[in-house]
Design a binder for this molecule. Structure first.
Ligand code: HEM
Length: 388
């Protein structure tokens, strides 16, 4: 895993302890806790800001922007996606243009105020290291205006919060259907880390954890329809001619179901990353399976630049969840399991499972206490909160 991303690990560890603590206290708010984790992380590393409740006005505005982007960027969301010539209509005849302009203003206002916030704290000498501070300290050499810099960092929130949260929601969904994998992970965790909470240093010794989350991303890819890329020159692929300007969607859903590479592709089976009889197996298991350059993060020059951060988040969240909790189907008043749909996802650019019932409890009272104590300690230690 590239070294630069190691510097974000303390923030990821901190936010994951907060997330775990609150998830055990109230599993029904799982979507909110996962989004707050992912959003809180970006606020920390992007702006040096601490998110406590997740209901702070900046966070609510940022999440609103994220959900809007996910909706409007969804291929086919507007008729102009299908008939591009409509893009030449003047705004009074094209309501999508007016909506786009208003949404852009909302987004830019938020990004500008976040930049302004960091600038103010820098002037007072109270801003901890963060991407925005790095940008502002050296703005001339980056050759970017305020708005450009505000966008570069603001879009990290858009790209990194819903995606990470969605992957973790799919993890919970997978565990309601395949709880046997929690026992396999628990065995590995108990053997490797025992009663202390897993840390980043343990990850190389936890191939099952990595395999499970990698399989979650294969089974339920976050950007299921892929992010479109436009050809900048004519191309021929397998005898088909594609002229410059054509939009190509790398359909992750289909790619992740390629029979030859992923035998029995509908089955959730992390063994495909762990056992030599599967075509996707790779050694050594201290390194593989890994999320580096995985198709779930896109392709080529535009591959997800947040992949290293996402990879670490998914590993530490999965390891700590599997170490601390047991997820299962919920039971109704008669003791019958409440069914959980295998596939009932939102539509859009990033997809996530629609709300579903499940039960989540600590694996033991000892583990619950360890989570509580870890969070209480982390909260006290958090020097950043002095600036909150
Ligand atoms: C599970 C988590 C994540 C998934 C599945 C994911 C997936 C993707 C995908 C598929 C793309 C499009 C790549 C392409 O065009 O081929 C992308 C782009 C991007 N991602 Fe991620 N991502 C995740 C987390 C993150 C995080 C945490 C960050 C930031 C900290 C981030 C920042 C970005 C940015 C800025 C782009 C746009 C890059 C460009 O167009 O040049 N992502 N991501």
């Amino acid at each position: 895993m590239p070294a630069m991303a190691n510097s974000y690990q303390p923030a990821q560890s901190h936010e994951s302890k907060r997330m775990l603590h609150d998830l055990i206290m109230d599993p029904s708010q799982y979507e909110f806790w996962f989004e707050r984790y992912a959003g809180g992380l970006i606020f920390r590393i992007g702006y040096g800001m601490v998110i406590k409740t997740g209901k702070e006005s900046y966070v609510r505005r940022a999440l609103e922007v994220v959900h809007t982007v996910e909706r409007v960027a969804s291929p086919g969301a507007y008729i102009v996606d299908t008939i591009p010539a409509l893009g030449f209509l003047p705004e009074f005849m094209a309501p999508f243009k007016k909506e786009g302009r208003l949404l852009h203003t909302l987004e830019l206002d938020l990004f500008r105020s976040l930049l302004g916030e960091v600038r103010e704290r820098m002037a007072k000498g109270t801003c901890p290291p963060c991407f925005m501070k790095t940008f502002l300290e050296d703005q001339e050499s980056f050759q970017l205006s305020d708005d450009e810099g505000a966008y570069v960092i603001g879009t990290l929130f858009e790209a990194g919060s819903g995606t990470t949260a969605s992957a973790m929601m799919s993890y919970v969904l997978a565990m309601t259907h395949h709880s046997e994998w929690q026992e396999i992970m628990a065995e590995e965790l108990d053997r490797v880390v025992g009663d202390r909470m897993p840390e980043f240093d343990d990850i190389p010794q936890l191939p099952t954890i990595r395999a499970v989350i990698k399989e979650v991303l294969r089974w339920r890819p976050v950007t299921a329809g892929g992010v479109p890329h436009q050809l900048i020159k004519d191309d021929i692929y397998e005898g088909y001619f594609f002229p410059a300007g054509v939009n190509v969607h790398a359909n992750q859903w289909a790619i992740h179901r390629e029979q030859e590479l992923y035998p029995d592709p509908e089955t959730f089976n992390p063994y495909r990353w762990l056992k030599p009889e599967f075509p996707t197996f790779k050694e050594p298991l201290t390194k593989f399976p890994s999320l580096q350059n995985y198709s779930a993060f896109g392709f080529g020059r535009r591959i997800c630049p947040g992949m290293n951060i996402a990879e670490r988040s998914l590993y530490i969240l999965t390891a700590r969840l599997a170490w601390a909790c047991k997820i299962s189907k919920k039971k109704d008043a008669q003791g019958n399991e409440i069914p959980v749909p295998q596939y009932n996802y939102t539509e859009g650019f990033n997809v996530q499972p629609k709300p579903f019932d499940f039960s989540l409890v600590a694996r033991s009272e000892k583990r619950a206490r360890a989570v509580r104590e870890a969070w209480e300690f982390a909260e006290k230690e958090d020097l950043l909160s002095l600036n909150a």
